[in-house]
Design a protein around this ligand. Structure first.
Ligand code: GCU
Length: 447
């Protein structure tokens, strides 16, 4: 699999030098994991400068960031954590319209289901559910939010005409026979998706079940999209499940590009929790996403790993060995040795809009570490924008802050709620509704 411009030899030397300065120490043997929630017990740590990935001269211009900084950062996170994935749309990529209703959401939306496949109909078929705001599509193409769901499209709304998810859903049986469970789940995530709220603001909403791309259990990468592209188990630097989901999000964006009512240049990618890790990685790797939203993504997502508070690298790798690549396992209980941290994941989204949301009762995901990632990614954003975030203190719960980089802390538990969506829609109105160029021409549409 190919990756990016920086030469392999140069990259290896820089990485080896970096690791020599931060040697791997002996890890503790964690039999029973007891999370630390005490700020006072966070190990002392130093975050890598996002403008000097792997050391070297500090980057000061957007051109240097794009030539040197971004490729090196992307390569580091790819090889050491998320894993290389196939590049671009595969030859056998196919999108077929399966059904359409014109009276969804109290008559306000057209709702379609498309079947997306990657190898001429062989291998996994992803059922994409799409809502289009009827009023707005008459006059123009519409911006969209795209995100994966956990347990099938039928959870998004209780309308019995939505096709039941076939195959594995989170918490279901691994043999894939989950029809009875899927039926019971109809409409169960209606608040989480808030489809009508989104349509009312003139956005389209597109979603598909993550299990259609790669079922969320460790089977040695025999199911899902991996076997279409990787023979046997992936190498230590190749993709795990989070990368497969991110790759799937890019393919769903390919599908949206072919749908005439959608403005595929104004698509925001969103994900909650493990799917928030995937939306961040999709936004980092695929610069077509204009806005990237992480909802309570925590460890392996927006939260800084070196803080080792709540969920840790060792814990996540042991509980979910299939999410990240083989190389990432070497940092179990060795966060100090990580040659990067999650603020650099955020930096890969620059200069595009990014939004991180946390919840007060979601300490497992380390809300403070999620906030700090934005702060520490800001120097890269500052190459492009004046005051992209502009906050150094965590805001009070309920308050939305930031301009190009947004943040809020919701009072409550690990979830996505209409309150979160109200913030995302305001941010989306700013960043997806007007023409904003990307790259070094990026303009801030704020007055
Ligand atoms: C677990 C896991 C988290 C993940 C979450 C989820 O709690 O430890 O990393 O974000 O599941 O996806 O719901």
């Amino acid at each position: 699999m190919k990756l990016c411009a920086i030469s392999t030899a140069a990259f290896r030397v820089a990485l080896a030098t970096f690791l020599a300065v931060a040697p791997l120490s002996e890890g503790q043997n964690h039999k029973k994991f007891v999370p630390n929630y005490d700020e006072g017990k966070i190990p002392a740590y130093t975050l890598p400068d996002p403008l000097a990935p792997l050391g070297g001269a500090r980057i000061e211009t957007t051109a240097d960031w794009e030539e040197r900084g971004r490729p090196a950062t992307l390569r580091l996170l790819t090889e050491q954590m998320y894993g290389k994935m196939p590049v671009g749309k595969p030859d056998g990529f196919k999108v077929v319209l399966d059904q359409e209703v014109t009276d969804a959401l109290h008559g306000k939306a057209i709702r379609r289901e498309y079947l997306v496949s990657f190898a001429d109909g062989q291998g996994p078929v992803v059922r994409l559910l799409l809502y289009l705001p009827k009023k707005e599509i008459v006059n123009s193409k519409v911006p969209a939010f795209l995100g994966l769901n956990f347990r099938g499209n039928q959870c998004v709304e209780s309308d019995p005409r939505i096709t039941l998810n076939e195959g594995y859903v989170l918490g279901g049986k691994k043999d894939g026979d989950n029809k009875a469970m899927a039926e019971k789940l109809r409409g169960s995530a209606a608040a989480r998706w808030s489809a009508e709220l989104i349509i009312d603001q003139g956005f389209a909403l597109a979603t598909a079940c993550c299990g259609n791309i790669d079922p969320d259990f460790h089977d040695g990468f025999k199911n899902g999209v991996h076997p279409l592209f990787t023979k046997g188990a992936p190498n230590p630097d190749e993709w795990g499940t989070v990368s497969a989901w991110a790759w799937g999000l890019s393919r769903l964006l390919d599908a949206l590009e072919g749908i005439v009512e959608i403005d595929a240049e104004r698509v925001g990618v969103i994900g909650h929790s493990r799917l928030g890790k995937a939306s961040l990685w999709a936004g980092a790797t695929d610069e077509r996403f204009r806005l990237v939203i992480s909802n309570n993504s925590g460890c392996g997502g927006a939260a800084l790993s070196k803080r080792a508070i709540g969920e840790t690298v060792g814990r996540i790798n042991r509980s979910f060995p299939h999410w990240f690549n083989g190389n990432f396992k070497q940092y179990n209980e060795k966060e100090a040795a990580l040659p990067f941290d999650q603020h650099q994941l955020i930096s890969l989204i620059a200069p595009r809009a990014v939004y991180v949301a946390s919840a007060t009762k979601d300490q497992w995901a380390d809300p403070k570490g999620e906030f700090l990632s934005l702060i520490h990614a800001e120097p890269v954003y500052r190459l492009y924008h004046d005051a992209p975030f502009g906050f150094t203190e965590e805001p009070k719960p309920g308050r939305r802050v930031g301009r190009v980089m947004g943040f809020h802390l919701r009072e409550g538990k690990h979830n996505v709620t209409p309150e979160d969506w109200n913030h995302y829609l305001k941010f989306g109105n700013r960043w997806l509704k007007r023409a904003v160029k990307s790259g070094s021409d990026a303009v801030d549409p704020e007055p």
